[in-house]
Every structure is written in structure tokens, then in C-alpha cells.
Design a protein around this ligand. Structure first.
Ligand code: SF4
Length: 176
């Protein structure tokens, strides 16, 4: 049987959810027998391919670039997983939602900078509000936790391999 195509995506998050994925340790070797990692910040593939079976999405949708990316990912993915509280609720990145983008830029790049300068080149345009992934595209599985534990991610991937869609709402930990 051919391997399932797995992608992991890093939107507006701290990478802690990816650290949890790496905490699977030797279980990554076991999973690699059934999953092929086709896109991820931890590998060198630059293009999100067509026909992805499972995409684990870390982080909220905070910029125009994130919004464009999550629409493209949704179109190319069978099972889209919101991985971690930033993807599920907006979490830490959404703390900026009480403020305007202009006031945040002023605070960060003018009032708190030694050399005040609002960046423009190469900086993704921020959306006026940070939003969880499901407010932009349909999500198939929600995995709360900040970050979700490695055991939870392992359980999720084993269930998906078995053809089941786990309901992880309200849980952050499985196993020992
Ligand atoms: Fe980081 Fe927590 Fe957000 Fe994951 S859910 S990206 S660990 S802040």
C-alpha cells in the first residue's frame, strides 16, 4: 500500500506545536513507514503539493499571506487538522485583536525601537483581526492544547491511519 501524504504547516504560531510533533521521537520512524512527509517547515519541500491526505496546521490566520495559503492548502488536502490552540481559537496571536494594526506597528516599531522605522519590504500585510483556521476554511479535526502533547499527536495520526476521525475536543493528552 502506498504511503499517505502528510504535510505540516506553520502559520502564526510559535513553532511549539511542531516541537511537540518532533517529541514523538522514535515513533516518527514508525509513522514514516506509513506517512510520506511532503511539505513542512522541518523539511526542504518549498511547494505544497496536490493530493495531500493529512495537513497539520499550526498557528492562526494573521496575514494576507496566511489567508491565501490556508485556502490553497484546503483545496489540496483531504483531512485538514487545526493543531493547537492558536489554530483552534486564535490563542496568543489573537491578543492583538483589541488593537488596530496601525497602533501595534507604532508601538513596536516606533515607540519601542532604538531606530524607529515601520517595515514595508518583505513583510506580510497583517489582517485587521487574527482568526482561527475554521473561520477561514472548513476544518476536519480540532486538536486543542498549547501545545498538544506528542502522545495526542501520535493518537491523532494512528486514528487517521486506521480510517477513523478522532474527536479530540476537550482533551490535550493521551497515553502515559
Ligand atoms: Fe505555540 Fe501554543 Fe500556539 Fe502551538 S498553540 S503555536 S505551542 S502558542
Amino acid at each position: 500500500m502506498s504511503k499517505r501524504k502528510l504535510a505540516t504547516v506553520w502559520l502564526d504560531g510559535c513553532s511549539g506545536c511542531h516541537m511537540s510533533l518532533l517529541d514523538l521521537d522514535e515513533r516518527l520512524i514508525e509513522l514514516s513507514e506509513q506517512f510520506e512527509l511532503v511539505y513542512s517547515p522541518i523539511v526542504d519541500h518549498k511547494i505544497f503539493p496536490e493530493g495531500v491526505d493529512v495537513a497539520l496546521v499550526e498557528g492562526s490566520v494573521s496575514s494576507v499571506e496566511d489567508e491565501h495559503k490556508i485556502h490553497m492548502i484546503r483545496k489540496r488536502t483531504k483531512t485538514l487538522v487545526s493543531l493547537g490552540d492558536c489554530a483552534v481559537t486564535g490563542n496568543v496571536p489573537s491578543m492583538r485583536n483589541s488593537f488596530s494594526v496601525d497602533s501595534i506597528f507604532k508601538r513596536v516599531y516606533e515607540e519601542n525601537a532604538l531606530q524607529p522605522q515601520i517595515p514595508s519590504d518583505g513583510v506580510p500585510k497583517l489582517l485587521s483581526r487574527v482568526r482561527p483556521v475554521h473561520e477561514i476554511v472548513p476544518v476536519d479535526v480540532f486538536v486543542p492544547g498549547c501545545p498538544p502533547s506528542a502522545d495526542t499527536i501520535y493518537h491523532l495520526l494512528r486514528e487517521l491511519l486506521a480510517g477513523r476521525t478522532p474527536n479530540l475536543a476537550g482533551t490535550t493528552h493521551f497515553g502515559a
